[in-house]
Design a protein around this ligand. Structure first.
Ligand SMILES: [Zn+2]
Length: 280
């Protein structure tokens, strides 16, 4: 069933765990994520990131995501990830997404606030929830990223509290030491900062760049107050590895056999990520 992000975060808050949010820019990933969630009988968040628009338009994948969320036996939130402008946010909401992230984190504070407020007001009309970001989670999926000056992009807890008050958002993405994509240097999470942001904002916190963080660090971050983790790169890579293994094993003639192997490989990776997020 399709639900908004708040319902899913309430579940995570009550259980003191975290819910996975997976970008699903193609049908194979979407099937892998929903199968895993149904196997575990747990809520899940499926997302379309604006940066994936060139390879998969939201007007194509969006209605499929919403349809599959409605058909699912578990609560599913269909969400926009890293919305950059109001036109795109509006498109996602019109297509039936139940949550949006508006990302004004690279803008000056006041501009981030006014963009986020606009998104909150619009989302309200659709009964959708809003995540926004302060502090910058650097890097892009698919690229390696070197942390030169880790402290520079971290979220300031006091400013985060002000941002939450100024905008009325439902969840806050905070920069606490993770990056998007694959790590070139070992990530160093700032747990005290997570606790402080949680204490001052009182909101469910979101950690982006969930791939490549150890189980121990991930679960410690959850215990400090992270309630949603955006996880993509390792899942996507598990699909690639499954295809490579199949090709090394036999001469595959049909593409759907490769697609099927990718779905199975990614499903396994999502299952283990979900177990980690559930503090198992
Ligand atoms: Zn992100």
């Amino acid at each position: 069933m399709l639900v908004n992000m708040n319902e899913i975060l309430r579940y995570a808050e009550e259980k003191g765990c975290c819910v996975g949010a997976f970008d699903t820019p193609n049908l194979e990933i979407l099937m892998a994520v929903l199968r895993a969630a149904e196997k575990r009988n747990e809520p899940v968040i499926i997302q379309h990131a604006q940066l994936h628009e060139p390879e998969m338009p939201i007007r194509i994948i969006g209605p499929i995501m919403v349809h599959m969320a409605k058909e699912s036996s578990v609560p599913v939130c269909a969400m926009l990830d890293h919305g950059e402008d109001m036109d795109y946010v509006r498109t996602a909401l019109e297509l039936g997404f139940s949550a949006v992230m508006i990302d004004g984190s690279s803008k000056p504070y006041d501009e981030n606030v006014s963009l986020t407020r606009e998104a909150v007001a619009l989302a309200k009309e659709y009964g959708a929830s809003v995540e926004a970001e302060i502090g910058i989670v650097t890097g892009h999926e698919g690229k390696e990223f070197y942390i030169e000056e880790p402290g520079a992009a971290y979220t300031d807890p006091e400013l985060a509290a002000r941002f939450v008050k100024d905008t009325g958002i439902d969840a806050l993405a905070a920069s606490v030491g993770t990056v998007h994509g694959f790590y070139a240097t070992k990530p160093k999470l700032d747990f005290e900062r997570i606790e402080k942001i949680k204490e001052l904002t009182g909101l469910p916190l979101v950690m982006h760049g969930g791939s490549g963080i150890s189980v121990e660090d991930t679960q410690r971050a959850i215990r400090c107050g992270i309630r949603k983790i955006n996880y993509f790169s390792y899942m996507s890579n598990a699909g690639v590895r499954a295809v490579k293994e199949l090709l090394a094993e036999k001469d595959v003639k049909y593409f759907h056999d490769l697609a099927g192997a990718a779905v199975d490989g990614m499903e396994k990776d999502v299952l283990s990520a979900m177990g980690m997020f559930a503090l198992e």
